[in-house]
Design a protein around this ligand. Sequence first.
Ligand code: NAD
Length: 267
Amino acid sequence: MYWSATEMKFHLTTKESELSDDRSLAGKTAIVTGAASGIGRATALLLHDRGVQVVAEDRDPAVEQMAQQGIVPLVADVTEEDSAARAVALARDEFGSLDVLVNNAGVIINQRVTEMSLQDFNSVLTVNTIGAFLHTREALKVMSEQGSGAIVNVASYASFQVFPTIAAYAASKGALAQLTRAAAVEAIEHGVRVNAVGSGDVVTNILNDVRSDGQEFLAEHGRGTPIKRAAQPKEIAEVIAFLASDRASYLVGSVVMADGGMGISLS
Ligand SMILES: NC(=O)c1ccc[n+]([C@@H]2O[C@H](COP(=O)([O-])OP(=O)(O)OC[C@H]3O[C@@H](n4cnc5c(N)ncnc54)[C@H](O)[C@@H]3O)[C@@H](O)[C@H]2O)c1
């Protein structure tokens, strides 16, 4: 893969060890959805590295390969109503508590509105928004009772910005941003914080079912931002880990943009 000068500088100066010395999350238990790939995988591994016990949930059976001490995989589809309750029960049975939920599982379909079937539109909304709602509902029941916890939703620049063919995805992520805020004002009454990261382009597998050059496309799209590169999954995982930690104690209903400046730039 071709790296520009700014991309190369990032890769040369950012070592795994520099991203792994924060112990503020140690001892907590987390559920991470969509943990088999991309941002979810990076988040599960980063949290684990920082002493968090993780339920790694994904519909892709490949998630089972993440099994190790402190990581329990769960093969489940976030759109099925009982998946969230299963994940919460697994966290409590295996690790005795639930402190963090990361609603990360997501899909995209690129089609113009006039060409999109109801089934396709629904399939994006059901994973990206309804899956997060179901997991938030079940996690909040437990977290509210214990009087603490943090929920982090993986939103997007598409929560706020659009281009042709992104209607279903943008609708799902716009709804996720509002779900974040609406859940946040209810949850904080019980000591639980709900926030989101608004991710920019990240080099992952998310476009693999949509186009053959998915990763190259994301990398190229990222070069159009002020920072002139797409993110690596661990850069978004860092923001998620911060929002999940007590260090983010005053953030309630925030959608924190991690987009290389995309959202503030006209060019
Ligand atoms: N990659 C980007 O440029 C980008 C930008 C903004 C936001 N995001 C968001 O980041 C999140 C993670 O995406 P990614 O880029 O890492 O993609 P990815 O395709 O690498 O990973 C997504 C994971 O979610 C899982 N998943 C999908 N549907 C599921 C379901 N119904 N039940 C359980 N698991 C399911 C997939 O199996 C996969 O492992 C998504 O919510 C996505 O919308 C990504």
